[in-house]
Each structure stands twice: as structure tokens, then as C-alpha cells.
Design a protein around this ligand. Structure first.
Ligand SMILES: C[S@@+](CC[C@H](N)C(=O)[O-])C[C@H]1O[C@@H](n2cnc3c(N)ncnc32)[C@H](O)[C@@H]1O
Length: 362
């Protein structure tokens, strides 16, 4: 039994069954026992690998995207370069290195990292030594100003609430203690919940009995805050994650441990938990905050439009011995059977701004 499971069972004993969102928040974010609080989960020795850890090209192209958006915004003398959930700091380091080629950008950019994990903050401090980043627990703590924001595989870690369609209507799913096994089990609320209104109308109507709907109030709140900041101060945001473009029913909550799928309830705090990002819901929330949404487009399409093929060729010319490695990384990032289509990119800008690089007509 994990320390996080103990903490969760004590909370259930005190408060009753937890929403799936509260369970996810405990398992991932508990300040002492949570998954992210206790480890660096990235890379071959960890539980999963992300795009910036596959190749420097990913962060470099996103850095150039930011520098381009800065120029399009009139090259303000001070711009906040914000990353949500920066992992090991790899994306930001690659982005800053690439964007140094754009005159004036590095001097204008103030680096702000939104990160809750002390282990990963330490790792980011090492990777970004000399770049003077500032850390924050939440976007709301980042100062005001024109902002370029990137978030790769951040929203999929934010908690989701789940509802299940029954014969008698929608019921919220909860995580309860299982007296028979001493473990945890899923249960349904006996009564309808006012929170049911969070389910998109198109999903709520017509879903057959047994369907599961997911909503992520935390994701919506963050997307709205991004939209409000862009509307008030200008800039652009780029969100890359795996998920679906339109709302749909389905239980997408999954646990990954040691690069393999695991049971969601089995070892809270020891396995990564994620849910598919609903890009329509992020876009809606950002629009409600006053921004425009562009895309989503496939990660492969975006990276090709930003020049990943040319960047791979340049790297290969400079390091001929790494040709096979560079080609394999490029294909993993853009391949339709790899990350190219499943991963989606959504851009946010102030309302009325033209589409940023990679999102307009080719
Ligand atoms: C899946 S990792 C992705 C890391 C990095 N973006 C990458 O692509 O390698 C998720 C990141 O988000 C951070 N994180 C998760 N939940 C968070 C929250 N609620 N607030 C701030 N950071 C969070 C994690 O600690 C980690 O840095």
C-alpha cells in the first residue's frame, strides 16, 4: 500500500468518497506523497518520455515559434516567456538557445516556470542555470505583461471529473474505499449532482447508458486565465498535448508506470495519471477569456510547417554520425503512427490577431 493510498483512504474516511478529480489531485499533487512531488518521472529510466526529451528539435522549433510571435506582437521590450509544467527544463533550454538567433528576443524575455514539483524545480534549475527563471505554483502568480506561453503535456495531468450515464440519468463517479480488499474502488453517486451541467450538451444528450463523460474544471480555469491575459496584455500561447478535437464520451483516465499501462486505482502516487485533453473545451474557455483559438492541428503538421525537416537536415550535416538518430527522432515526433497525429497543437492569441506560425493557410 502506497503512502498516497493511505492518505487517500484517510480522506475518504473523513469526507466520504472522493471525486475522480480529487483522487487525481491527491495521487499526482500531494505535497509529500504525490507522484510529481517525489520523483523525476521522465526518460528511459522513468515512466514515460515526452517530445522535448526525444529531440532538441522540438524545443528549438517552439522557441522560434515564440520569437516569431514576439516579432508579430511588435517586439515589446519586455515579454514574459512562460512554461506550464516544464518537466526537466529541456524544452525551455532548447527554446532559449534557438531563439538567441533572433536579435533582441533573449534580452526581452523574462522566463517564468509554473511548476509544483520540488524535485522537477531542482532539475529545471540545473538545466536552466544562467537563464534566471522565476518559479510559480500557479499561473495566477505570474506577473502581468505581454506573454508567450508554452505547455507541453501539462493539461493531460490536470484533474478530471467523471460522470457515468445510468438508467436514471448521469451520476458522478467517485473513488471509494473497498472494505473487501482494503484497496480502492470506483463507485457512483446515488443522486444526481448539480455538477452535471459541466458535461457538454452534445455529450449529455444521446449518450447511451454506460457512457462516461469527463470534464476538467482545472483545465478550463487555466485556459480561461490564459485567454484573459492574452486579451489584456497581448502575446500568444501554444498548447501541445494528446487528446481529442471535439467533445465526446469516453473514459480516458489512464495510469502509466515504467512505460507500461497500470491500473488507475492500484498504486496512487507511484503511477502517472493522465486523461485526454479536450481541445474544444480549452478553446471555449480561452474564448470566454477574450482570446481567439487556432487549430488544433496535428503535432506532425505543426512541426513540418515550422521546419523540422530542414532542422533535421542541418543537424545531420553538422553531425553526420548522428544521421540515423536524428531521422528516427524526427519521425517519432511527426509520424502519423507515432506522435504526429495523436498529439495536437492549439494556439491562442488576442481576439482578432492573425493566425500564428504553423496555424494559418500554408
Ligand atoms: C508530463 S510532465 C511534462 C513535462 C514537460 N512539459 C515535457 O514535455 O517534458 C508534466 C509536468 O507538469 C507538472 N505539473 C503537473 N501538475 C501540475 C500543476 N497542477 N501545476 C503545475 N505543474 C504541474 C509536472 O510536475 C511536470 O513538470
Amino acid at each position: 500500500v502506497t503512502a498516497a493510498a493511505d492518505a487517500i483512504r484517510r480522506r475518504i474516511a473523513a469526507e466520504g468518497p472522493l471525486t475522480v478529480a480529487a483522487f487525481m489531485a491527491e495521487a499526482l499533487g500531494h505535497p509529500r506523497h504525490g507522484y510529481y512531488a517525489t520523483r523525476d518521472p521522465l526518460g528511459a529510466a522513468g515512466d514515460f518520455t515526452t517530445a522535448p526529451e526525444i529531440s532538441q528539435m522540438f524545443g528549438e522549433l517552439l522557441g522560434l515559434w515564440c520569437a516569431d510571435a514576439w516579432i508579430r506582437a511588435g517586439a515589446p521590450p519586455r515579454v514574459l516567456l512562460v512554461e506550464l509544467g516544464p518537466g526537466r527544463g529541456t524544452l525551455m533550454a532548447d527554446a532559449l538557445r534557438a531563439a538567441r538567433g533572433v536579435p533582441g528576443f533573449r534580452a526581452a524575455a523574462e522566463v517564468h516556470l509554473v511548476e509544483t514539483s520540488p524535485v522537477l524545480r531542482a532539475r529545471q534549475a540545473e538545466t536552466l542555470r544562467g537563464e534566471a527563471p522565476a518559479w510559480h505554483d500557479d499561473l495566477s502568480a505570474v506577473p502581468d505583461g505581454p506573454m508567450l506561453l508554452v505547455a507541453n503535456e501539462f493539461f493531460d495531468a490536470l484533474p478530471v471529473r467523471q460522470f457515468q450515464r445510468t438508467e436514471r440519468g448521469w451520476r458522478e463517479r467517485r473513488v471509494d474505499a473497498d472494505p473487501a480488499t482494503g484497496g480502492l474502488r470506483l463507485a457512483l453517486d446515488p443522486a444526481p449532482s448539480a455538477a452535471e451541467v459541466l458535461i457538454p450538451e452534445s455529450v449529455r444528450r444521446g449518450a447511451p447508458v454506460g457512457s462516461v463523460a469527463e470534464v476538467s474544471p482545472a483545465s478550463r480555469q487555466t485556459a480561461r486565465a490564459i485567454g484573459e491575459r492574452l486579451a489584456a496584455h497581448g502575446g500568444a500561447a501554444l498548447v501541445v498535448d494528446y487528446g481529442h478535437d471535439r467533445p465526446g464520451a469516453g473514459d480516458t483516465l489512464q495510469a502509466v508506470r515504467g512505460h507500461a499501462y497500470a491500473d488507475v486505482l492500484d498504486a496512487p502516487g507511484e503511477a502517472d495519471l493522465t486523461a485526454h485533453v479536450c481541445f474544444a473545451s480549452l478553446a471555449d474557455a480561452a474564448r470566454a477569456g477574450g482570446a481567439d483559438a487556432h487549430g488544433p492541428v496535428g503535432q506532425g503538421d505543426l512541426l513540418v510547417r515550422l521546419g523540422i525537416r530542414e532542422r533535421a537536415e542541418a543537424l545531420t550535416r553538422r553531425h553526420p554520425g548522428r544521421a540515423a538518430e536524428v531521422a528516427a527522432a524526427r519521425d517519432r515526433l511527426i509520424g502519423p503512427d507515432a506522435m504526429g497525429t495523436l498529439f495536437r497543437a492549439l494556439a491562442l492569441t488576442p481576439a482578432g490577431a492573425p493566425a500564428p506560425a504553423g496555424f494559418g493557410p500554408p
